[in-house]
Design a protein around this ligand. Structure first.
Ligand SMILES: Cc1cc2nc3c(=O)[nH]c(=O)nc-3n(C[C@H](O)[C@H](O)[C@H](O)COP(=O)(O)OP(=O)(O)OC[C@H]3O[C@@H](n4cnc5c(N)ncnc54)[C@H](O)[C@@H]3O)c2cc1C
Length: 291
């Protein structure tokens, strides 16, 4: 296991929204100003937001609580900023898929489409062990980031932080999206890689892009697979891999179990399998997912 080091207890604090930055058609970054002292956090951690604090969600929450027979829990959002930057999170709208989703998503559409500058909210932070171990430079020369969609968020924080905090560490950043328009932090990520060609190798891959005309030549086609990873990955004995993206949700796992059917691996499960195949020992792989 990659050991994360000691963690202070998360606590409730208030923020106001400083800016709302559209990233893609369904994703925004919210920049926050903390009212009072900001608790310390580490790159890769997350904060939690209780949906009950928003009056506009009251009816939706009551309906869901009646449907499910339990109180709706808080939602977690990875911190997009590195600790040396102003606090920010990035939210992607979750969709209602007819005949598949059990209910309409609650908090993400609200935060993506109804957030405004000056809005005040309570958040709980910070938590999570998806962080670099304190002895990272003894254990690795490289980080291999393998991320999909909004799974980029914690790795973006880790990448920016470690460029400053771990000057010897190099990064291979493999990022899968459906189309070029879906790439979160696209310009900032490309600019950062261009500014550090000796330290960052950025590999975009697109699974549903029809036309590649005008895209950078190195953008790849198709899902991440073991061939693609083998092509770009550094020595697995001197690399730590940080994998974040969609995984089989717990409810889908339960439903498959009840029906006696196998579950279809999603991005996270497939990637962990490829890394194993390619010689990564489990103590060199860290994962985060939001089902
Ligand atoms: C550690 C962590 C970090 C995260 N970081 C981020 C981040 O940086 N950015 C980000 O955008 N998100 C992040 N998430 C995800 C986030 O917490 C929310 O899960 C997401 O925003 C959806 O919340 P919601 O309230 O919109 O949807 P919810 O109301 O939670 O619904 C989610 C979906 O699940 C479906 N569903 C639930 N149960 C069933 C069922 N039994 N059968 C079928 N469908 C079902 C619903 O229909 C709905 O479509 C993170 C999650 C975790 C755990």
């Amino acid at each position: 296991m990659i050991q994360a080091g000691p963690h202070p207890r998360p606590r409730l604090f208030e923020v106001t929204i400083r800016d709302v930055i559209p990233e893609t058609a369904d994703t925004v970054t919210l920049g926050f100003d903390a009212l009072g002292e900001l608790p310390p956090y580490r790159a890769g951690q997350f904060l939690s937001i209780n949906p009950h604090q928003f009056k506009g969600l009251a009816a939706h929450l009551s309906f869901l609580e009646q449907l499910k027979g339990r109180r709706e829990p808080v939602r977690a959002y990875s911190v997009a900023s590195a600790p040396h930057e102003p606090l920010a999170i990035t939210i992607k709208e979750d969709l209602f898929v007819p005949n598949e989703s059990r209910h309409a998503p609650v908090l993400s559409p609200y935060l993506v489409f109804s957030s405004s500058v000056g809005m005040r909210l309570q958040v709980m932070g910070f938590s999570g062990r998806y962080v670099l171990p304190p002895e990272i430079e003894e254990r690795a020369d490289h980080l291999l980031h393998v991320v999909a969609g909004s799974g980029v968020v914690p790795n973006w924080s880790i990448l920016k932080d470690s460029l400053r905090a771990h000057p010897a560490l190099r990064h291979v950043f493999v990022y899968a999206n459906k189309t070029w328009e879906d790439v979160i932090y696209r310009d900032a990520l490309n600019a950062l890689a261009a500014a550090h060609p000796d330290r960052i190798r950025l590999v975009h891959t697109l699974t549903r892009q029809a036309d590649f005309t005008g895209l950078p030549a190195e953008v790849r086609r198709g899902r991440i697979d073991s061939g693609m990873l083998a092509d770009v990955m550094p020595d697995p004995d001197r690399t730590l891999a940080y994998v974040c993206g969609p995984a089989i949700p717990p409810w889908a796992r339960r439903a498959a179990l009840e029906a006696g059917l196998p579950t279809q691996p999603r991005f996270l499960e497939s990637t962990l399998g490829f890394l194993k195949e390619l010689g990564f020992s489990p103590d060199r792989v860290k994962r985060e997912s939001w089902g």
